[in-house]
Design a protein around this ligand. Structure first.
Ligand code: MG
Ligand code: MG
Length: 278
């Protein structure tokens, strides 16, 4: 089913998206060397609950997972790329961490993911990989608007990823979103321009380019959820929820300018105590 939101619903979607962006930036600031993934999950739970929202992941139980997920946020480290199950792991300098979160509030969901490097080390291949997914996301958003086709977005995303030299997996991609987290239409991370569903004002989409350095093949971790690069190579993932408007596309999960500035200099902003769960 493809949902078209009313203006009132779109206004609630903006609120959900802004809240989600705030939570992700707060968690990014807390993702310092020594932070345990289980603490990030607990902090996510606290922030989501205190804001009167719900995580879409807790009861998520699709056919490919050992559901329900049972945690509040996906934490994927290094070769893990999608559905990273929070577990007892303390972040190390140079780790490439992806935080992927979907929440619902006021009956409307939003979904966003950010990849970044923990600590002071900045491995060049990780920096390049994150940049490629962010540029692909920007290109996908630029291709979206009333009258454009889903294939235009897929083509724009795929062109950037391919040009950057990354194989593209088509098993998992972007999706419609609205009263629930995952809806039609599917938005593959590569495709043919001019094909597919024609975008209309009121449609919400989650666009999410992700890559693995040297393979398009995934393997499932023994935890039954975490999807990893089949070769053990590093991975990155960037996602925003956007709304198709009369004029183009509006990003609903964009961090506030102040948060973006803080994120650039983050690393020292740690407001919680790391915990060991051994
Ligand atoms: Mg997501
Ligand atoms: Mg998504």
């Amino acid at each position: 089913m493809i949902e078209i939101l009313t203006p009132a619903e779109l206004s609630r979607a903006r609120e959900t998206g802004a809240l989600l962006a705030d939570i992700l930036q707060a968690l990014k600031s807390r993702s310092t060397v020594g932070t345990n993934l289980l603490d990030l999950d607990e902090w996510a739970q606290t922030m989501i609950t205190e804001a009167g929202a719900k995580s879409c992941y807790v009861d998520y139980a699709p056919s490919f997972g050992r559901g329900p997920f049972g945690h509040y946020i996906c934490t994927s480290v290094n070769d893990a790329v999608l559905h990273g199950l929070p577990h007892n792991y303390a972040l190390a300098d140079g780790d490439l961490l992806t935080l992927d979160l979907a929440i619902t509030k006021g009956g409307i969901a939003a979904d966003s993911a950010i990849s970044f490097i923990v600590g002071a080390s900045k491995p060049p291949e990780s920096v390049a990989m994150i940049s490629a997914t962010e540029r692909a996301l920007t290109a996908g958003i630029a291709a979206a608007g009333p009258g454009a086709r889903i294939g235009d977005i897929s083509y724009a995303i795929g062109s950037v990823l391919r040009e950057a030299g990354y194989p593209i997996n088509t098993e998992f991609g972007g999706h419609g979103i609205g009263s629930t987290m995952h809806q039609d239409p599917h938005v593959a991370n590569t495709g043919r321009a001019g094909r597919g569903y024609t975008l209309r004002p009121g449609l919400l989409l989650a666009l999410e380019p992700w890559v693995m350095a040297d393979t398009a093949a995934l393997i499932t971790d023994a935890d039954g959820w975490t999807l990893r690069s089949a070769t053990g190579s590093r991975t990155a993932h960037s996602e925003h929820t956007i709304a198709i408007t009369d004029d183009g596309a509006e990003i609903l999960t964009l961090p506030k300018p102040a948060d973006r500035d803080r994120a650039v200099t983050a690393g020292g902003v740690h407001t919680g105590s790391p915990t060991n769960y051994s």
